[in-house]
Design a protein around this ligand. Structure first.
Ligand SMILES: [Zn+2]
Length: 871
């Protein structure tokens, strides 16, 4: 017997054994994504499901000492939300030490020069990237699996240098729920005539595509996970969020951003974005991946989602936007379908776009290839220049502190005395959640001639996050210049709102002060969680109707079977809108509700006031359509749930059942285009489904629109005593179809005639009207481009119109951008209109926008509490 043959046999035996062994433990045995999932990441018509991706990451965590999986907790719908830490085994073993060094550089206050120099000398670059925030942009959550595998297995010089010098923190899916929804939806229809059809509902349970508008106020758990990583536990040097855009322009938008930028970040941040972006583009063209463009399409002044808020945390916060296919289905693009965009006037080569893609088939794999470069290239250059990046982390932070010391505004003082002190405390929590240093005064103090009560808060500008504080607490004027006007002088719509201001949105007073505050202050070291005080009274309790949380308390009291009344007219220490809890509810329940909501329960002194009326739990219907879902509706659901309002989600069929007044007291139409709700084509042939897709491309069960029958059912509901509440453009439906005696004064106006793209506008509030109970007389309304402003139409029905909120007569703009204020001066921002036995409440602005405008929540909440007839 040939001995060699035996050796060969034994070798084959062992080779087969290795193949057959389940999940071998040596590094060589780590399966590639292709081996694990059975297809290459980004393969046509294939999507890896989040549950399988989790299994893969757990396997990498187990088999590679370069990958560590950290569980952050759950997603909104209870799926696992994880973060991957990728670095050398040595670095991962000394994780806490590097975290400390990173903290010193991102906030050098109180640290010695030696500590700072040590952190620069020995620290590691920290770089966060996130994927799959927008679930219909399917490539990114697939890309990162392959990138992670490469880091776990490759031993080339470039990979080892990154592992040695950097800690890459990857959020492999910022919206796991949506990844699951889209993957299952896509797989359900692949191979049918509906392959590639859009998801008919929101891909985040509450907020859909707006989940990138939430880093600002963190209303969802996913945003809080991201904030914990980026704003508090780690403040990285760089951050990229990987997205997809439309299909018919460049193949990928890479850093830096286009004009205009939002000022007040450290300038190094913008230089870093250009630096990283240049390297990404450079590596793409090295690999002959055509079609990357920088400094175009996405302006630097955007919303405060993660990639646009991070610059004000001294993080080079960036975006990539790959051109989309149809979910996982490839598309064919002809050259004449390709066009330009912002700072990309023609689809032709330009400095920032030297390698135009010529058209042809476009596959998800093409996006994956580009995203892989966009993920690794910035890590490569940051690792190579580790000390420079770290020194500049220190420079960014320390220079922002110095600017805070030198600048005109030295601090914002948030007085204890507020219209709604509990909402003010929520604002303090928002600042804390952003990692901002907030201090509290232990005693009353006088500053710049004002008296501030004990418990007032001070936010000094002399801190690394000065840039952020400036925007979330200070007045904002969106730029009006050649970057924001087209060639004809018409304003160009900002990417999102034109202001993002906690204080203005929340109705909280925050005073800018020009001299440093001298009072003794203590740093806020934890979330504020105020407990309400209960003072027993034999006649019952009073709750302050100016507190948003009082509405929450009322909803909880309803669950306890309590009898609740509202004060109709003030007097004897009571204000219109205050809530009275009648005796009979258990003391334990009251104590619990006070603890949960923070609302004080004061004793009712004297008899039950005559000028009060009983309120009962209302049956609330929230209209819900398909066609991709309505984000304003989703946010409204979240708001209702946060305050424990019960509601019914109404689909078309619920409206079409009719007799709605027997089932509902209040129906809410969130901001929406009329034709998106009804499915009826607009008169004159225009409009059609608005922005909606062609119905024939939608699986039959998910086509929506309640039609004329639905309009009639809604009108019957109001005529029979129901209350219909509409936000912004949804007002078109009752105005047009019910023939209400009001018109939208800004219908069809745009540009220089009238323009208010997401601005806070000053309004007068008639807070003696039950729909405005608890509001201050002066407030700010957040007006978006699709908003409405109301004028009464003369005629017999006009007596039933009540102007509840009215724009000021001049100087209407608080923050943002406003052109043509004459168009809205003295006109109504919110009206109630009697119609038959019922009422239509038209709110032309956004009283509950993204669960952010706490200052006007009550204008909505009041409509959800019984309002007496003929109020
Ligand atoms: Zn996106």
């Amino acid at each position: 017997m040939n001995p060699h043959r035996n050796v060969l046999r034994i070798s084959i035996f062992f080779f087969l054994l290795v193949l057959l062994l389940p999940a071998a433990t040596s590094a060589q045995a780590i399966p590639s994504p292709e081996e694990f999932f059975g297809f290459q990441m980004g393969a046509d018509r294939k999507l890896a499901h989040w549950d399988r991706l989790l299994e893969y990451y757990d396997l990498l965590d187990e088999q590679s000492d370069r990958v560590h999986v950290m569980d952050m907790g759950e997603s909104t719908l209870g799926n696992r939300f994880i973060v991957l830490f990728i670095s050398s085994p040595e670095n991962l073993a000394r994780f806490d030490e590097y975290k400390r060094m990173n903290a010193i550089l991102s906030d050098p206050r109180g640290h010695s020069e030696a500590e700072i120099e040590n952190a620069i000398e020995n620290g590691k670059v920290v770089f966060v990237q996130s994927f799959g925030l927008h679930s219909s942009e399917v490539a990114a959550s697939q890309t990162i699996a392959e990138v992670t595998y490469d880091f776990a297995t490759r031993n080339d010089e470039g990979t080892l240098e990154i592992l040695e010098n950097a800690i890459a923190i990857m959020i492999p899916c910022l919206n796991p729920d949506g990844e699951i929804m889209i993957t299952e939806w896509y797989n359900q229809w692949v191979g049918t005539e509906y392959e590639g059809a859009g998801l008919p509902y929101l891909y985040h349970h509450y907020i859909g595509h707006d989940n990138n508008r939430d880093a600002f106020m963190r209303a969802t758990i996913e945003s809080e996970h991201g904030a914990r990583i980026m704003f508090r536990e780690w403040v990285p040097q760089g951050y990229i969020d990987h997205h997809q855009m439309g299909s018919y322009t460049a193949r990928m938008a890479i850093p830096p951003y286009a004009e205009p930028i939002r000022p007040e970040a450290d300038p190094l941040v913008w230089r870093e974005m250009s630096w990283y972006g240049a390297h990404i583009g450079y590596k793409m063209d090295e690999a002959d991946l055509k079609g990357a463009i920088g400094a175009a399409i996405y302006s630097g002044w955007g919303h405060f989602g993660f990639h646009w808020i991070t610059p004000f945390h001294n993080i080079a916060g960036m975006l990539t936007e790959g051109a989309s296919a149809r979910l996982a289905t490839p598309i064919y693009i002809h050259p004449d379908q390709l066009g330009g965009s912002r700072q990309f006037p023609e689809y032709e080569a330009q400095t920032t776009f030297p390698n135009p893609w010529p058209g042809g088939w476009w596959h998800v794999r093409d996006i994956v290839d580009m995203q892989k470069v966009a993920t690794v290239a910035p890590l490569e250059i940051a690792a190579k220049n580790r000390k420079t990046v770290l020194r500049n982390a220190y420079n960014k932070a320390s220079r922002q502190i110095q600017r805070g010391l030198d600048g005109e505004v030295k601090a914002f003082v948030i007085p204890a005395e507020q219209h709604d002190p509990l909402t003010m405390k929520k604002l303090i929590n928002l600042l804390y959640g952003q990692g901002v240093t907030v201090e509290q005064a232990g005693s009353e103090f006088i500053h710049e001639g004002r008296v501030y009560g004990v418990g007032s808060f001070v936010v000094s500008m002399a801190q690394p996050k000065r840039g952020l504080i400036r925007w979330v607490l200070g007045q904002t004027y969106y730029p009006d210049n050649t970057f924001t006007r087209d060639r004809d002088g018409n304003p160009i719509r900002p990417y999102d709102l034109s202001t993002d201001n906690f204080a203005e949105f929340m109705g909280v007073r925050a005073d800018p002060v020009m001299t440093p505050v001298e009072a003794p202050l203590t740093r806020v070291a934890d979330w504020l969680d105020p407990d309400g005080e209960v003072t027993a009274g034999s006649n019952g309790y009073v709750m302050d109707g100016s507190l948003n949380d009082a509405f929450h308390a009322v909803n909880l009291l309803f669950e306890e079977g309590a009898s609740v009344r509202r004060v109709a007219h003030g007097g004897e220490g009571l204000n219109p809108g205050d809530f009275i809890v009648e005796p009979g509810v258990s003391a334990d329940a009251v104590a619990e509700i006070a603890a949960e909501t923070g609302v004080d329960f004061a004793p009712l002194r004297g008899e039950m006031p005559e000028a009060s009326y009983p309120i009962e739990k209302q049956r609330i219907g929230m209209y819900h359509r398909y066609l991709g879902g309505n984000m304003d509706e989703g946010w409204t659901r979240l708001l209702l749930e946060n305050f424990d309002f019960d509601y019914t989600k109404m689909l078309d069929r619920h409206i079409l059942e009719g007799d709605l007044h027997e089932k509902y007291d209040v129906i809410v139409l969130a901001a929406d285009n009329k034709s998106m709700m009804t499915g009826i084509r607009a008169a004159g042939g225009g409009g059609g489904y608005g922005r909606a897709p062609d119905p024939s491309t939608i699986p039959p069960d998910f086509r929506s629109g309640f039609g004329q029958a639905g309009i009639d059912a809604l009108q019957d509901f109001v005529r029979n005593g129901g209350t219909l509440v509409t936000f912004a453009q949804a007002g078109d439906l009752p105005i047009d179809e019910f023939d209400l005696p009001v018109r939208n004064a800004v219908a069809g106006m745009w540009g220089n005639e009238f323009w208010s793209p997401g601005s806070t506008l000053k309004v007068d509030v008639n807070n003696r009207d039950p729909y405005a109970f608890g509001m201050p007389e002066d407030a700010l309304a957040l007006f978006l481009a699709s908003g409405q402003v109301y004028e009464t139409v003369s005629g017999p029905a006009s007596a039933g119109v009540k102007r509840i909120v009215t724009y000021k007569d001049r100087d209407i703009l608080q923050s943002g951008w406003l052109l043509g204020e004459e168009a809205i001066a003295n006109k109504a921002a919110m009206v109630s209109v009697e119609h038959g036995e019922g009422t239509v409440v038209l709110i032309g602005f956004r009283p509950q926008h993204r669960v952010q405008t706490h200052g006007t929540f009550k204008l909505f909440f009041n409509a959800l509490m019984a309002v007496p007839d003929g109020h």
